[in-house]
Design a protein around this ligand. Structure first.
Ligand code: 4AD
Ligand code: MG
Length: 457
């Protein structure tokens, strides 16, 4: 068995033919070359030409295949002249194929390189790559997002996103939560009408969902603890650094769960995610100058403060809001600068929260609600709380908010047939990524951001 066979077997390989060299499926992943497992062996790699420099009879190529970036050295005289010339004139972001011997080299990025003995430029780039090393403005880079996703930092963000979702799913799966899916097209608001996207649904009106929550409350009576990973939509008029119009929402809901228990779920889940990031995303986090200690110190229990304390800390009414208003970006920015780890704010006033939040029996003008705020000026990353479980109380709150109970018919039914104290939360994936990766703007936490003025590319 040749090297390729060895490697594929070691990777729990699929049914790959080891005998045919040069088949499309035979390329070795750069990650596996960079790990050192292939030192001294002859391998075939394929990828995109990220960078190139040449001096005299030698060309250094940096080739990227998604799993890693590998230096490939092409020397005149060691490959056919036509091959050498093809690499010499290849533009960046051409696709290339190289075959050669892997050898450790301290000067190469990642500490290894391939010394090529053959290769070809498979799909030469037809034009100069529009994104150069020089400074480009943010709007230009957003227009070029389909190409900019190839940049190191974008790749790192994609990896961090995937790792967060893996961490979240593994925590939920290990704690009795089942992943479920609900519709994106809905007939009523969850979080209030002002941020609803309306769509024409044949002869009716429908809306893009703001949250899976109401459906989740139905599903807990079927399968118990549930979670989802799904897009949510907000027709946000505000142009801020933390609002997308389409974002990815990690949400959970559980029966027989009260506010305290909900906070324990959130802090344990987030700590588990951050642990996983520390273990698997060290080099990505380093690109953003995020220290691993900042994440490793996040351990339950998280600090807890009330809304009233929060308002005091930011100077009461001098903060720009008065008691009863929701904390906005400006207030959270000031508040979170006092913290070096995520923390909870509980007990938001009734008027700052959606109709389904349960009023605190000992103080009915505040709700059993909780937001988790990220430190360093980032602010809210989760929102949730305990729900109203009694039928009459829920109808009463809807009326107070000017909502028509008839448009929530099925939702009210849930209180008629086996109601239960229950709680849940939603975490904005891009909000978490922004804090973890210290991003200036949430648009860089997702590959193709949807913003008030952008649905392209
Ligand atoms: O606080 P929100 O509006 O709460 C809900 O939607 C609840 N129904 C969730 C639940 O209890 N199941 O949104 C939850 C989270 C926020 O904390 C924030 O992280 C994120 O969703 N979020 C946004 N992220 C990006 N862009 C926006 N426009 C966002 N709006 C909310
Ligand atoms: Mg909120």
């Amino acid at each position: 068995m040749g090297f390729l066979g060895f490697l594929n077997n070691r990777l729990g390989g699929v049914s790959v033919s080891f005998t045919r060299r040069g088949g499309l499926e035979d390329a070795v992943m750069m990650r596996d070359v960079l790990s050192g497992d292939a030192d001294g062996r002859e391998v075939l790699v394929r990828g995109w030409l990220q960078n190139k420099r040449s001096s005299g009879g030698i060309i250094f190529l940096l080739v990227r295949d998604g799993s890693g970036v590998l230096q490939c050295t092409v020397r005149k005289g060691q490959v056919q002249d036509s091959v050498f010339d093809a690499f010499l004139s290849a533009k960046t972001e051409s696709t290339v194929e190289l075959e050669g011997t892997v050898r450790p080299d301290a000067r190469a990025p990642g500490g290894r390189e391939i010394l090529a003995d053959s290769g070809k430029v498979e799909y030469p780039a037809l034009e100069e790559f529009p994104i150069a090393k020089k400074f480009h403005g943010p709007e230009f880079l957003l227009d070029q997002r389909h190409l900019f996703v190839r940049a190191d930092k974008m790749r790192a963000v994609l990896k961090v996103r995937a790792a967060i979702l893996f961490g979240a799913r593994s925590w939920f799966d290990g704690h009795g939560y089942m992943e479920v899916q609900v519709p994106i097209l809905t007939s009523a608001a969850v979080e209030g009408g002002s941020t609803l996207f309306e769509v024409k649904y044949f002869d009716e009106k429908a809306y893009l969902t703001q949250s899976w929550q109401l459906y989740a409350e139905a599903l807990i009576a079927s399968v118990g603890r549930v979670y989802t990973v799904a897009p949510s939509f907000r027709a946000e008029r505000s142009r801020t650094r933390r609002h997308l119009t389409e974002y990815w929402h990690v949400e959970a809901e559980a029966p027989w769960l009260e506010l305290d228990g909900l906070m324990r779920v959130e802090e344990e889940m987030l700590s588990h995610i951050l642990d996983y990031l520390v273990k698997t995303c060290g080099s990505e986090l380093a690109l953003f100058e995020r220290k691993l200690e900042d994440l490793a110190r996040v351990r339950p229990p998280f600090p807890r403060i009330t809304y009233d304390e929060a308002l005091d800390r930011i100077g009461g009414e001098k903060s720009g809001i008065k008691w009863g208003d929701d904390l906005g970006y400006e207030q959270e920015k000031v508040l979170t600068e006092h913290f070096d780890r995520p923390f909870f704010v509980t007990g938001y006033p009734k008027k700052a929260k959606a109709f389904y939040h349960k009023p605190d029996p000992s103080r009915p003008d505040v709700t059993l609600s909780v937001d988790m705020l990220a430190p360093e000026g980032y602010g809210e990353i989760t929102g949730g709380g305990q729900r109203i479980e009694e039928y009459e109380a829920l109808v009463g709150r809807m009326r107070e908010e000017g909502l028509d109970p008839k448009s929530y018919g099925w939702y009210l039914d849930l209180r008629k047939f086996g109601s239960v104290p229950h709680s849940g939360f939603g975490m904005g994936l891009e909000r978490l990524v922004s804090w973890v990766c210290k991003l200036d703007h949430i648009r860089d936490a997702i590959a193709f951001p949807r913003l008030i003025n952008r649905v392209y590319p």
